[in-house]
Design a protein around this ligand. Structure first.
Ligand SMILES: Cc1cc2nc3c(=O)[nH]c(=O)nc-3n(C[C@H](O)[C@H](O)[C@H](O)COP(=O)(O)OP(=O)(O)OC[C@H]3O[C@@H](n4cnc5c(N)ncnc54)[C@H](O)[C@@H]3O)c2cc1C
Length: 486
């Protein structure tokens, strides 16, 4: 499946959209979606991503977001860093991509590219399962890079019983599992949560993220593979859409950045052996993201994206305060300063991680883990507060938001008059607060909050992992030294 690497590196938006017009089995609002590039509530997200991909050819961006190797140009996220400077170059590219949506299109392809690149650079880890699995990963990386494929991933099995999942077990009624093995590959059945960008992706990576106990009964749940989205038997069941076909004035974010989430169902899907990376190895699965450093490179993309997002919220709060002259009020300034601290904290994490980039055990370079880890634990707590600050500052202005159509109808005179502020004409004020509404009140905005809360998993689970990894010895020694100092 991997072998014919006919691609020449970066793709245009038109090539990307053409690739989505296949037999993918996507369901939304009770109907099968015939074409995700023309479907009324799915098409605008796809076209936004297509415009982003076009920038890879734009001289204004190209040098920052792509690199050249052996006469071909690839997305920067496929660069395997061999120096601290490479790590910074990648960070700049991640950040650049994120600014285009101000972090609101969270699952740009660079996120998964960073993961695949890390797995390819550490493929010998996978050879511990079977030697050919390492080759499979290297070939998959080349295929994805050379064809600029857009990936999603599904890492989490649906919970059937919390008691069962706390014991590290899964239930075959719902969880994805191996049903048989053939000469051609493995056959899998079950469901996985949750493929953000799934309907707009070319390929799905199916990796394990939650810890598996190494029991015989868990073997059928322990695997990693990747397959094209249009593979027979793969079905995507979308949540309802937040793109309600409104104008970009009325829904400035939802009209542009709807990245759909879908539960993925696998109805006896054949996965060819050349796309299998781990198989019936629970302990190897548990170690994979950490020991390949994939999680570190993914966190690097994430910290850059969250920086762009936090900066945007700062800008939005400042614009809201300025509209009515509230920006002269000490208390309002203090409120907005809290958002500034959040942005500057994330910036500090990014720069520390990049500034202390170092060689890894595979001879490549990676950013420092601890600031990235701290950021991924903190941002899920910071973002809901940023949204709360917009609500507190916006108050009724978030509701005094008539639609674009109201400027052209019988009430136009009233709308032009009664919505103006000291510093903004009615139209500009309404546009600004509709944007704030889309961040802090709308369905689109609330989905963003949920997305941030659960980005890397449940917060208590993440915090407990952070605690375990934190090197506490020096701090404990100081406490013990003080107590011992008679
Ligand atoms: C908008 C959005 C987009 C997403 N996109 C993707 C994606 O693209 N790919 C992907 O793979 N996943 C994605 N996810 C899924 C995400 O990874 C999961 O939501 C997350 O890992 C939590 O799993 P869960 O939803 O099953 O919640 P649960 O595991 O049911 O956790 C919910 C709550 O239960 C409690 N809990 C859970 N486990 C424990 C425990 N061991 N001990 C104590 N308490 C516990 C915690 O209070 C936790 O907050 C997405 C989720 C959202 C909301």
């Amino acid at each position: 499946m991997n072998t014919p690497t006919t691609g020449t590196g970066i793709r245009t938006g038109a090539q990307y959209l053409e690739g989505l017009r296949d037999d993918r089995d996507v369901w939304l609002r009770g109907e099968r979606v015939r074409d995700v590039t023309t479907h009324p509530t799915l098409c605008r997200g796809a076209h936004t991503l297509a415009r982003f991909m076009d920038r890879q050819f734009d001289p204004a961006y190209q040098d920052r977001i792509t690199f050249e190797q052996d006469g071909r140009r690839y997305a920067m996220s496929f660069l395997l860093p061999t120096s601290a400077a490479d790590v910074r170059r990648r960070g700049d590219a991640f950040y650049e991509w994120a600014t285009w949506s101000n972090g609101m299109f969270g699952r740009t392809p660079d996120y998964k590219n960073a993961s695949v690149t890390a797995f390819a650079g550490s493929a010998e880890f996978l050879a511990q399962g079977r030697p050919e699995f390492a080759d499979n990963m290297r070939a998959f990386y080349r295929y994805v890079r050379d064809n600029d494929r857009v990936l999603t991933h599904t890492l989490v099995n649906p919970t059937f019983s919390h008691a069962q999942s706390r014991e590290g077990k899964y239930d075959e009624k719902v969880a994805l599992h191996i049903v048989r093995e053939t000469d051609a590959g493995i056959v899998v059945r079950g469901a996985r949560l949750l493929a953000t960008l799934g309907p707009h992706a070319d390929e799905i990576e199916v990796f394990p993220s939650t810890l598996l106990t190494a029991s015989e009964e868990n073997l059928p749940f322990a695997f990693a593979f990747a397959i094209p989205t249009a593979t027979p038997g793969v079905r995507m069941i979308c949540r309802d859409s937040y793109d309600h076909d409104k104008s970009t004035f009325d829904a400035p974010l939802a009209a542009r950045f709807e990245e759909m989430d879908a539960v993925v169902v696998f109805n006896d899907v054949l996965v060819p052996w050349e796309r299998v990376f781990m198989y019936r190895e629970p302990l190897l699965c548990n170690r994979a993201f950490a020991e390949t450093n994939a999680v570190i490179h993914m966190m690097h993309q994430v910290v850059c994206g969250k920086l762009a997002k936090a900066e945007f919220v700062v800008g939005l709060l400042c614009a809201m305060a300025k509209a009515t002259g509230k920006d002269r009020d000490m208390n309002v300034k203090a409120q907005i300063a809290e958002a500034m601290w959040a942005a500057e904290t994330i910036r500090a994490f990014r720069y520390q991680a990049e500034g202390e980039a170092h060689a890894d055990q595979y001879g490549h370079y990676m950013p420092l883990r601890r600031p990235l880890d701290t950021s991924r634990n903190l941002f899920p707590r910071l973002y809901p507060r940023l949204v709360e600050l917009i609500q507190l500052l916006g108050s009724s202005s978030l509701m005094a938001t008539p639609c674009e159509a109201d400027f052209g109808g019988d009430i136009a005179v009233d709308v032009e008059r009664y919505f103006q502020t000291e510093n903004l004409a009615s139209r500009d004020r309404i546009a600004l607060f509709r944007l704030a509404h889309d961040v802090a009140v709308s369905g689109f905005g609330n989905r963003q909050v949920l997305y941030e809360r659960f980005f890397f998993g449940p917060q208590n689970v993440m915090a407990s992992i952070y605690y375990d990894l934190y090197d506490k010895d020096a701090q404990l020694a100081r406490v013990e030294a003080l107590l011992a100092d008679g």
